[in-house]
Write a protein that binds this ligand. Structure first.
Ligand SMILES: NC(=O)c1ccc[n+]([C@@H]2O[C@H](COP(=O)([O-])OP(=O)(O)OC[C@H]3O[C@@H](n4cnc5c(N)ncnc54)[C@H](O)[C@@H]3O)[C@@H](O)[C@H]2O)c1
Length: 352
């Protein structure tokens, strides 16, 4: 039987609820399609930080490197500063393993109501390709004269030719496989060094793809357009910060952040890729058993696809679509009363 080594980091809050739920569904898909997930769970995250002073052990990256893929829940706890949870776990994994593409598909599923009036499922089907290794999320900078009237903070944004070109090339290839439309999120009117550079690289990379219909839109206008006319967009390529914000906005247009998935991809496959729902640890609902597991399950389907189990991935997506279209169980964020366990059980039983 085909077996894949999966490093599992449930993390914090609802990460610990949606991760086992998603694994149950993926394992059911594996039984139906002739493969097994050999999972190793790592208890890393904010509780680990409170006990040890680190978000993960010193040799964690060596441990993770041996896996075929990493499956993550979410990290974050109200009494641990967010920059510690992000920079102590997520960002080192994304950067060390050169997971430079953050792939965030967004769909309005049949049976789910968008908070926007007059939006139908065909109009919301896009993929945000977020640059995941550099950009605005950089450690370069510092603070001076802290606590005085002269206090200042400097934060550098880093855009390299290599880093920009490779994520744009990935986005172009994806657009060529989909509708042929690609949009770059920019802000070259206000950010006068890095964003004109981003635009130049976009022009250069898309010049190698004459088959594509390429446009660039200022991020502020783009945010409004994704709300007013989501059907206009298919593949959107964006910097780390713009992609992060835009994908939460687009996920909300599609009904709930609880259903949005993401893949942190190392397209060259030199290192493991990591799959995680877009949402965070949601401390406001953690422990109640009501978190929507769909974002984690869809991220799991992305992982199966990445592992070469395309048929099983498609089956998970079909079952999800059917469950939602048939008015199956849905959690509170989607207007229902179902628990995480109800949604999981419905999907698992659809494989037996
Ligand atoms: N990748 C990650 O690990 C990640 C991502 C985002 C935020 N965070 C962290 O998570 C913590 C909470 O952040 P936040 O509140 O800004 O964002 P969040 O995504 O955790 O929650 C935002 C809102 O959406 C709801 N929500 C989120 N996921 C849901 C789900 N699956 N089902 C139902 N409702 C859901 C929450 O209840 C909350 O009202 C912070 O510590 C933050 O740093 C981590």
């Amino acid at each position: 039987m085909r077996t894949y080594e999966i490093a599992v980091i449930p993390g914090d809050g609802i990460g610990r609820e949606v991760t086992p739920a998603a694994l149950e569904v993926l394992e059911a898909a594996g039984r139906a399609h002739g493969f097994r997930l050999d999972t190793t769970e790592h208890p890393w995250g904010c509780d680990y930080f409170v006990d040890t002073g680190r978000m993960m052990p010193v040799d964690a990256l060596d441990t993770l490197r041996r896996a075929d893929a990493i499956f993550l829940g979410a990290v974050g706890r109200p009494d641990v500063p967010d920059h510690i949870s992000l920079w102590g776990l997520l960002i080192p994994i994304r950067r060390t393993f050169r997971q430079y593409v953050n792939l965030r598909p967004i769909r309005l599923w049949p049976g789910i109501a968008s908070p926007l009036a007059r939006v139908s499922p065909e109009q919301v089907d896009m993929v945000i390709v977020r640059e995941n290794n550099e950009g605005e999320y950089s450690e370069i900078g510092g603070r001076l004269h802290q606590g005085t009237e002269d206090e200042l903070a400097v934060q550098e944004a880093i855009f390299t030719r290599k880093g920009t070109d490779r994520v744009m090339a990935y986005a172009c290839e994806l657009a060529a496989k989909r509708s042929g439309r690609i949009c770059s999120a920019t802000k070259s009117n206000g950010i006068i060094h890095t964003m004109p550079f981003w635009d130049e690289r976009f022009a250069h990379v898309t010049s190698g793809h004459p088959e594509l219909q390429a446009e660039q839109v200022l991020i502020d206008a783009l945010a409004a357009m994704v709300v007013l006319d989501p059907g206009r967009f298919d593949v959107i390529v964006a910097s780390n910060l713009f992609g992060d914000i835009l994908s939460d906005l687009a996920a909300a247009v599609a009904g709930s952040i609880g259903i949005a998935p993401s893949g942190n991809l190392n397209p060259e496959r030199e290192c493991p890729s990591m799959f995680e729902p877009v949402h965070g640890s949601a401390p406001d609902i953690a422990g109640q058993g009501i978190a929507n597991p769909i974002g984690a399950i869809w991220s799991g389907a992305q992982m199966l696809e990445h592992l070469g189990e395309g048929e099983a991935a498609a089956a998970v997506m079909d079952r999800l679509e059917q469950m939602l279209a048939d008015d199956g169980p849905r959690t509170r964020d989607l207007g229902g009363t179902a628990t995480t366990a109800d949604v999981t059980a419905a999907l698992v039983s659809s494989f037996t």
